[in-house]
Design a protein around this ligand. Structure first.
Ligand code: NOJ
Length: 743
């Protein structure tokens, strides 16, 4: 009976949702009909809240503000909200927005670190916790997830991305959307998500933030756009434009992008917001004369909300009165903003929610953050099974500037993280293991850029006495993020020298990196016995690392981005195209180059003379304290039609001595098609936890439609022909099978 009731309820849900939408549409039309042109223009203006409060109040009172960024004090937001409702001409509630990028007060690992977990369920759960914390502070609009494909580690914002892969970015970004938005936006614990930056921003020339991009149409459609499409299909409430121009057109004024593609082809009904000042940004880009011209171009292109440039506020009225912009265009943008505010339930419950029991830094929120931090750690090396630290280890020396860097460990965009709440590695190691193992601590360097060698002697002396050294190195929070790009990815300061000195002592060396990006760490990997890559792991990073070092947790992270050997290899990513002169893999040794021979002696491959064509570590790579083997790959049918799925299974066995989790990755590739293809592409993945000795058949069902690409006629289509399918535990190895797509 109960089941029947649930079934009826489930069947009625879509009807209820569409009735709710109908009533929202109706209410919006009624409201719009009563609004003056000034009221309407005010609804498209978003400004920062970190300004003189009295001025902001006045703007709210006069109805010239629709949403405010960066106020997280509910006493202030509630007062502003009261003014909006009771004193502004149209009485429309405000919407409070913030960059809630990876956690709120409880800081989660940076998104690149979260991506290393490949755990969409956990990311969704942690994002839902983030929404709990942020909504308690009055925030109902979060400027995340960021899903820019990032293949250049010099770009500081790679930290905010889910890495280099299109399919993975889509899967993880949609997990964040689900976590933030929950079942219904009307729930006071839900925030509207914002997919950003639309589009191509991660391909900034030279890795320099804000730089121009030159992404050809097919690559744009096959590589950069799909994660956004996935978020649109997931019901993401808003989209933010990007700062860059692509092929001559700044995104915020790109009609094809914001209207023809996003709205007309994809059916997106939510709000498009500019990035900060990017409406007026058309002026320095050199495609608009002034703010009036910029406002004209952007509103017509389909950008609804002007973030912080006031170009709309100051010019739309004049543009409409002079007949240059139709009022219907304004109405359409306002309609979308009002719909979002109604969907969020702001007209019914405009004030910051009050929680009976605060979720901020609550036990369950911290526990989830800790698990995500554990799962984000990638073990890159573990020679002689130095890790986990076992019973034979009686004395550990902890060194390095990141062993206790409570601020830096939070990473970029930790606006609401408080370093007083950060658990650093040395804190956790002492607290959890201090009574069982002697833990010595010599920071040696005060911060990663420190160039002093004054403590080296004391450090090496302590290292000789220890059974193992654990060195925490990396980069400061300030080295990645917006406008923080680097031209060298080597360890800064004398961290490299510090590790050399430690390695020379002969005591086993475990190096833990905390950074916002892949650093160039070939030498450090070579001289370390074990290497963990922990990104910037957030509030609970220290505890997570202590758990991993002592084997309470088993590493399961896998690289979401290729690690280059040196900066010169960038951009380097696993799914590069087939080329006519594919590298053999053996190139790249200056010592092998003969003197004064003809040029052809080296062959003709796409490679460098001075560095191998292969990465230091490939995409998808990561070790565990146990070992896994794959066997018995079986494909159900070797000929499938476009509307069918490829069904394939593989047996995964835990061949080691403890429980562990493997990320089983499925890649497809094709050699011949109407346009050149990537060597292989990730098309599915599963996290599998197995007990020691356990084997399990893992099944995949990949819809053939997922293999579609933009063909020679620029149509998104599945092409007939032969495919390879590889299932592996990284992007370079695995078991291979074949299938054909037939029509
Ligand atoms: C600029 C950044 O590019 C964007 O990601 C962010 O959401 C806005 N500023 C608002 O802070």
């Amino acid at each position: 009976m109960k089941k029947l009731f649930t079934l009826i309820l489930l069947a009625l849900l879509p009807l209820a949702a569409s009735a709710q939408q109908q009533s929202i549409d109706q209410r919006v039309e009624e409201l719009l009909g009563k609004m003056t042109i000034e009221d309407k223009i005010g609804q498209l203006n978003q400004m920062d809240g970190r300004r003189d409060l009295e001025k902001i109040k006045q703007e709210v009172r006069t109805g010239t503000l629709s949403s405010i960024m960066n106020i997280v004090d509910p006493a202030v937001t509630n007062e502003l909200q009261r003014i909006a409702i009771e004193e502004s001409p149209a009485g429309i509630p405000l919407l409070f927005a913030r960059d809630v990028v990876h956690g709120f007060n409880t800081v989660l690992p940076i998104p690149l670190g979260q991506a290393a977990s490949w755990d969409e369920e956990l990311i969704e759960a942690a994002s839902a916790n983030t929404a709990l914390e942020a909504t308690e502070r009055g925030i109902r609009w979060a400027f995340a997830p960021m899903m820019d494909i990032a293949r250049d580690a010099r770009w500081g914002r790679i930290a905010e991305s889910f890495g280099e892969d299109t399919y993975m970015a889509g899967r993880l970004a949609t997990a964040v959307v689900r976590g933030y938005q929950g079942e219904s936006l009307a729930n006071p614990t839900a925030m509207a998500a914002c997919a950003k930056h639309f589009v191509g921003y991660g391909d900034a020339e030279g890795g320099r933030d804000y730089n121009t991009t030159s992404i050809p149409p097919r690559t744009l459609r096959d590589v950069y756009l799909p994660p956004f499409k996935a978020c649109v299909d997931e019901g993401c409430a808003s989209i933010m434009t990007s700062f860059n121009d692509n092929d001559g057109l700044p995104s915020t004024g790109n009609h094809w992008l914001l209207t023809e593609l996003l709205r007309e082809q994809w059916g997106f009904e939510g709000v498009v917001v500019s990035d900060w000042g990017s409406v007026a940004g058309l002026i320095p880009h050199g495609v608009a004369h002034d703010k009036r011209d910029a406002a004209h171009q952007c509103i017509e292109a389909g950008c609804d909300v002007d973030m912080s440039s006031r170009s709309y506020l100051l010019n739309l009225k004049d543009l409409i009165e002079k007949g240059e912009v139709e009022e219907a265009v304004l109405d359409e943008a306002v309609r979308r903003v009002l719909k979002l505010k109604m969907a969020l339930g702001l007209f019914e419950q405009p004030y910051a929610r009050t929680a009976e029991q605060s979720d901020i830094y609550s036990e369950p929120v911290l526990a989830t953050a800790c698990r995500l931090a554990e799962e984000s750690v990638v073990m890159l090396k573990n020679e002689g099974k130095v890790l986990p630290l076992g019973e034979s280890v009686k004395r550990v020396l902890v060194v390095g500037p990141m062993a206790h860097a409570p601020y830096d460990q939070m990473g970029t965009w930790a606006l609401d993280g408080q370093k007083e709440h950060t658990i650093t590695p040395i804190m956790a190691l002492r607290e959890q293991w201090g009574d069982k193992v002697a833990i010595d601590y010599v920071p040696c360097l005060t911060h990663p850029r420190d160039k002093s060698t004054a403590e080296f002697k004391r450090m090496t002396k302590a290292a000789r006495k220890a059974d193992v050294v654990v060195a925490f190195v990396g980069e400061e929070q300030m080295m990645s993020g917006e406008a923080h790009s680097l031209s060298s990815l080597d360890l800064q300061g004398v961290q490299g020298e510090m590790l050399e000195a430690l390695a020379q002592t002969g005591t086993p060396l475990v190096t833990v990196f905390m950074a916002g990006r892949p650093l160039t760490i070939s030498r450090q990997v070579e001289i370390s016995d074990a290497v963990l890559y922990a990104w910037h792991p957030g509030t609970m990073g220290g505890k997570a690392l202590a758990n991993i070092l002592f084997g309470v947790a088993n590493p399961s992270g896998k690289l979401p981005v290729t690690f280059p050997r040196n900066v010169g290899q960038i951009p380097i990513y696993y799914n590069h195209k087939h080329t006519s002169h594919i590298a053999k893999g053996t190139e790249g040794n200056l010592d092998n180059i003969p003197r004064e021979s003809p040029q052809s002696v080296m062959g003709h491959t796409s490679s460098y003379l001075d560095v191998a064509p292969t990465p230091l570590f490939p995409f998808g790579y990561g070790l565990s304290y146990t070992t896994f083997e794959l066997s018995d790959i079986r494909i159900e049918s070797t000929a499938v039609r476009p509307e069918e799925s490829v069904k394939v299974s593989v047996v995964v066995s835990n061949t080691g001595e403890r429980e562990g989790t493997e990320v089983v990755q499925l890649y497809t590739g094709r050699k011949t098609a109407s346009v050149t293809q990537p060597m292989k592409e990730l098309k599915d993945f599963q996290r599998i936890t197995l007990r020691a000795g356990e084997s399990r058949k893992v099944e995949f069902e990949v819809p053939v439609s997922r293999l579609a690409f933009h063909n020679r006629n620029m149509e998104l289509a599945v092409e007939e022909g032969k495919y390879t399918l590889t299932i592996g535990t990284d992007s370079q190895t695995g078991l291979k099978t074949y299938f054909k797509i037939i029509k």
